[in-house]
Design a protein around this ligand. Structure first.
Ligand SMILES: Nc1ncnc2c1ncn2[C@@H]1O[C@H](COP(=O)(O)OP(=O)(O)O)[C@@H](O)[C@H]1O
Ligand SMILES: [Mg+2]
Length: 479
């Protein structure tokens, strides 16, 4: 047979190439499937059937691709005309290396898509795949945390409370707002640290510049440096090829809120200290240093001083952050503010739901003030919200809370508990009651004798005498 003249005909060659390639690929690969532009299966090869849980090709033909391969990206390829040349796909608990390409007609219109399973023996790649999966989940977590970093919406007016500790904190924060000093906010979780940070920003001359919030504990150690300082163009291959701005750069001119600063890795603490001192940043993989103008407000609910003595936190950074520190009191220490805080929270909750006429009664306030609030105002908010959901009238009473305050949680008992049936002499009961009252007053005032005496409307001298009588310590009760 003579060689047809068409061997040098480009169209013929192309057609042959297509066919050869297709046959080769189909033979070499572990499976092939094709859909039309409506996402319906038009072809599946024998090899692929078992992996798809099918017996005959006819079972697949005409069905939407997703019924055969849940989460398939084939339809996307047929719709966009964009190939996905290399991907890892999960099918029935197995991971497969796949490629997907659009199918075009003579005029270049996309009329479907074809996919090949290139490789299904991934055992040798397991460590690599596990690493990819880990990085993906780290990245998802970090992205979610970063997108939560919303703009500042709270002001000092939102921060309610008149008891000395809250008023003092607010006053200090007001001073801090007028300058650009670094501020350290300390206090248990839910005491309003983030809220106060936003209020400081909004009352400062930086108010119209960004407020950027970063939860240090939420960023994986491997990403934390680039999140803070950014990466230079070309420092990494892949998605970061163009370089990335760090949080310091994004917050330029404004405020950077560093939540849970105590969780910062030591190595990064040194770099943060440098930025605070020099006001300069150096993106990863870059040798260019640039100026930034950022006010840092840091927050922690752990005892940073203890972390310093444990060697987990740099002393020099601690002093740098501690220029102006503001301690937010736990809710159990400002129960006098309970009515006002509850009123504000209820207003807020009502505005975001459809509980009109939400009211709180004195019996409810009494119940709430007997609980010790380990989660502070955040927990109070949750409890109020739960009570409203369960209440028919929106008028909250002590009984409403008896049902939902955590059981077995430490509540302050009105009087010392004694098993029923046990009766003690009157004088002994009286002494117990008296001692308990003194302890309560001390706890409420954080061990401040004059304050405690004032609360009980007795003189300081009397207070001291009674302390001695019951062998109670007279120093600050907090450790
Ligand atoms: N003094 C306060 N007045 C009104 N709302 C408060 C107060 N303190 C805290 N909150 C509310 O409590 C919740 C927790 O506050 P947040 O600032 O996130 O606490 P932290 O950062 O200390 O964990 C928020 O809904 C906040 O609005
Ligand atoms: Mg917080």
């Amino acid at each position: 047979m003579s060689v047809p003249s068409s061997v040098s005909d480009p169209a013929y060659l192309r057609a042959r190439a297509m066919e050869t390639l297709f046959e080769r690929l189909e033979n070499l690969c572990e499976g092939a499937i094709a859909i039309d532009r409506n996402g319906r299966v038009v072809y599946v090869n024998e090899k692929y059937l078992a992996a798809l849980g099918l017996k005959r090709t006819i079972e697949a033909i005409g069905r939407p691709i997703e019924e055969i391969i849940p989460n398939s990206l084939m339809r996307k390829v047929a719709e966009t005309g964009e190939p996905i040349l290399l991907d890892i796909m999960e099918l029935g608990g197995e991971q497969l290396v796949v490629t997907r390409m659009p199918i075009e007609d003579e005029r270049g219109t996309v009329i479907g898509a074809i996919g090949f399973v290139l490789y299904d023996q991934l055992d040798s790649l397991k460590p690599l795949l596990a690493r990819v999966a880990q990085l993906e989940s780290d990245l998802r977590l970090a992205r979610r945390q970063l997108s939560n970093a919303r703009a500042a919406r709270f002001t000092f007016a939102d921060f309610v409370g008149k008891t000395p500790a809250i008023a003092g904190a607010k006053e200090l924060a007001g001073r801090a707002a007028r300058q650009s000093v670094t501020v350290l906010l300390t206090g248990e979780t839910g005491t309003g640290k983030e809220m106060l940070a936003q209020a400081i920003h909004n009352a400062s001359s930086r108010a119209d510049k960004p407020f950027v919030s970063v939860n240090v504990a939420a960023i994986p150690d491997t990403l934390i440096e680039s999140e803070f300082f950014g990466t230079a163009p070309g420092a990494y291959t892949g998605a970061d090829r163009k370089g990335r701005e760090g949080k310091f750069r994004i917050a330029d001119g404004g405020t950077l809120f560093l939540d849970e600063i105590g969780e910062m890795p030591l190595q990064l603490q040194a770099k943060l200290l440098r930025v605070l001192q020099e006001r300069e940043i150096e993106p990863l993989g870059s040798d260019k240093i640039s100026k930034v103008d950022v006010r840092v407000v840091a927050a922690t609910n752990v005892d940073l001083r203890k972390r310093v003595s444990d060697g987990a936190f740099r002393a020099d950074l601690y002093y740098r952050l501690n220029v102006l520190s503001i301690d937010l009191p736990p809710l159990r220490d400002c129960l006098d503010d309970l009515p006002e805080i509850c009123a504000r929270l209820l207003e807020d909750i009502s505005a975001s739901g459809d509980y009109v006429n939400a009211k709180i009664t004195p019996s409810a306030l009494a119940a709430l003030s007997r609980y010790d609030w380990p989660g502070n105002v955040r927990e109070l908010r949750n409890i109020l919200e739960r009570a409203l959901i369960l209440s028919d009238s929106g008028r909250l009473t002590g009984d409403d809370f008896a049902r939902i305050l955590p059981v077995g949680a430490e509540t302050r008992l009105a009087a010392p508990a004694r098993p029923t049936g046990i009766v003690v002499p009157y004088a002994e009961a009286e002494a117990e009651f008296e001692k308990h009252t003194l302890e309560q007053a001390l706890a409420a005032t954080n061990g401040q004798i004059s304050e405690a005496a004032k609360m009980l409307r007795i003189s300081r001298a009397t207070f001291y005498k009674k302390l001695a009588k019951f062998g109670l310590a007279s120093g600050p009760s907090s450790v």
